[in-house]
Design a protein around this ligand. Sequence first.
Ligand code: HEM
Length: 195
Amino acid sequence: MAAGSETTATSTSFCLLGIGMYPEVQAKLYDELMDTFGEDSDVTWKDLTRLKYMDRVIKECLRIFTPAPILSRRTTGDINIEGIDVPSNTNFILNYNYLHRNPKYWKDPLKFDPDRFLPEEVAKRHPYSYLLFSGGPRSCIGSKFAEMNIKTLLSVILRKFEIKTEYKSIEDIKLKINVVLRPTTGFMISVKPRK
Ligand code: HEM
């Protein structure tokens, strides 16, 4: 259950938090939604694939707030990582939130910039510098479904409500890990009907 529902709920909440913090991003998303669906029409799979800006915003929110940040692996043979010998049968803890905020891969990592996910920018980075759904043979089997789910939820919510948050900056948000990532002081999101 946690694999699919808790991760999706947490991801959507972090997206709303990011969107609430940047009114100019929210306005652009609203325009894209109006152009794509208008005010009332139902969300269809085909239309979801046209939400290019929303796709980038979601990726940027979940880079900064990676909902499933801690994973473990065990080596099945001796390996060498950047000059360090690691014997077989060693347990590893991987922290993807750290990876996603590492200045070695992300310039100005706490700057919110959805355009980091423009295709030409993605092409410049190592494919494993962004591991929202992990990588390799044990990566998330629900990734496409999760993306569609989050886009559908945001498409419904953002057309009807304006999102606000009391948080003023990413640096303000202290995080803890309860299996999934959480802000220590809650999401602090409020919604205002658009009309
Ligand atoms: C945004 C939402 C989601 C995120 C961030 C997420 C993230 C992840 C990550 C990072 C892993 C890798 C775990 C590892 O390597 O040890 C994983 C595995 C998995 N996820 Fe997701 N997930 C999400 C949604 C879903 C959904 C919607 C489903 C099911 C419909 C799902 C089912 C699974 C399953 C079954 C695995 C285990 C795959 C395996 O061990 O072979 N996830 N997920």
